[in-house]
Design a protein around this ligand. Structure first.
Ligand SMILES: Cc1ncc(COP(=O)(O)O)c(C=O)c1O
Length: 444
């Protein structure tokens, strides 16, 4: 099942041994548990970018050798992306900046002939897979259970409720808050049964679990897929939108300009074919070199190997965190259906203070707050509506939120043990930490 990777995963990633300062001035090796936000680069990615640099050139219409070489590399990379996610030849691979831009683009380009079209989203989406739909469609949300997992029966209930007007079901492959993975193929089956298409936001899946868009004839086919290279160890500003070429042949691009046209006169425009039509301006060739190399490295390690390794980290973390007094782990009962993300709080300790203390006392980087998924976090924490309204009136009030751990393939059990030790100390010495880090709350 696995490719033959026998090396040390840490050797593949830049900066894992970087020393960071603590509040007492001491330098320690930093621990990064903030990989859901962005991952550090692969060594191979940095090498590929450096190796390509002498051949860097503006692509597509240059006659020089470098331009032709770079153009070929850029265009051929689409095949590598396609293969990585099992996208069939009927699809186009459009390069954008990141997942947010990919979803915004699709929200402009997604066309339908329905009079009052509905987009069915979920309660667990990142703002990037919620806000772009709101001003163009009626958006309804599939509900979640007490742990924060999607309720599949509610998806079908809502598809029925809207009587054929749901044109798109848009769902995250894995939540960036809880890590819960959604049954995307079952959801695809449901969406297609009701004549809707499906978009999977793969931002949190792409570097952690295998994705297969499946053939277009299959009921489990994923119609549209989006993800960001910076979450897969290639932080050079490339994102990907994949969808049927035919869909992008129709209509006008959202961004217009260089590279998007075939012929222009002052009163006529003939657009280029996809994907060029949707890639206005000078393409990010370096970003694509980085993405392609990241795919190569992930394939060499084996995505199943990564998935299994990170599942082990998750299990180890649950074992270490569960005994900590007053720790409240969201979705603690379900360790099986998630990527390596764990949100938690320590009772009576503001998330801001826990997160700051981890960094300042132990050099451990996490993220805290709502992770650009406020409706989800509000529901997970059962924040009363009146509290939300109070913060709408006064946005400077501290927000309810969580502390989030998120793993990369280079994290280790020793790092998790160090985290558990520090959390234990925080939990057993709340008064002292509250006093020492009060300034964090005051500066919010
Ligand atoms: C699930 C999910 N969707 C979308 C995004 C947006 O990604 P980007 O910031 O790369 O546009 C994120 C970022 O964290 C995410 O986790």
């Amino acid at each position: 099942m696995y490719n033959n990777f026998y090396g040390n995963l840490r050797d593949l990633v830049v900066g894992v041994n970087a020393r960071v300062p603590l509040s007492n001035g001491q330098l320690v090796t930093g621990i990064n548990f903030d990989n859901a936000a962005t991952t550090p680069p692969f060594v191979s990615v940095m090498q590929a970018v450096t190796n390509f640099a002498p051949w860097y050139s503006s692509i597509h219409r240059g006659t020089g050798y470098k331009s032709q070489y770079a153009s070929d590399l850029y265009e051929n990379s689409r095949e590598a992306v396609r293969a990585f996610v099992g996208a069939g030849p009927e699809n186009t691979v459009i390069y954008v900046k990141n997942t947010s831009e990919a979803i915004n683009k699709l929200s402009f380009r997604f066309s339908n002939r329905c009079k009052h079209p509905v987009v069915l989203s979920t309660f667990m989406e990142h703002h990037s897979n919620d806000l772009p739909w709101r001003d163009k469609y009626y958006v309804d949300y599939i509900d979640i259970d007490g742990q924060g997992r999607l309720i599949l029966e509610d998806a079908e209930k809502k598809l029925r409720k809207h009587r054929g007007r749901v044109k798109l079901v848009t769902v995250t492959g894995a939540s960036n808050v809880t890590g819960f993975k959604n049954p995307i193929y079952e959801i695809a089956r449901l969406a297609h049964k009701y004549d809707a298409k499906i978009l999977v936001d793969a931002a949190q899946l792409i570097a952690h679990a295998a994705i297969d868009m499946r053939p277009s004839g299959s009921p489990e086919h994923i119609d549209y897929l989006v993800f960001s290279a910076h979450k897969m160890y290639a932080p050079f500003g490339t994102g990907v939108l994949i969808g049927p070429t035919a869909d992008f042949e129709k209509g006008e691009p959202d961004y217009k300009g260089g590279g998007t046209i075939r012929i222009v006169t002052h009163d006529h425009v003939k657009w280029a074919a996809p994907p060029q039509k949707d890639e206005a301006g000078t393409p990010n060739v370096m970003g694509v070199v980085a993405l392609q190399e990241a795919i190569k490295t992930i394939n060499t390690i084996g995505i199943e190997y990564i998935e299994k390794y990170e599942a082990g980290l998750l299990e180890h973390t649950m074992l270490r965190l569960n005994p900590i007094p007053d720790i409240e782990i969201i979705g603690r009962e379900d360790c099986c259906h998630r990527v390596g993300i764990i949100p938690f709080n320590i009772a009576d300790m503001p998330h801001q203070i826990t997160a700051s203390a981890l960094a300042a006392e132990a050099g451990i980087s996490v993220r805290n707050g709502c992770f650009c998924a406020q409706p989800y976090v509000q529901k997970l924490l059962s924040v009363p509506r009146r509290e939300i309204r109070r913060r709408m009136r006064n946005p400077s009030l501290p927000h309810p939120g969580l502390v989030r751990l998120s793993f990369g393939l280079y994290n280790t059990r020793d790092e998790i043990d160090a985290l558990a030790a520090q959390l234990n100390h925080i939990s057993r010495n709340k008064e002292a930490y509250l006093k020492k880090y009060q300034y964090v709350m005051e500066s919010e």
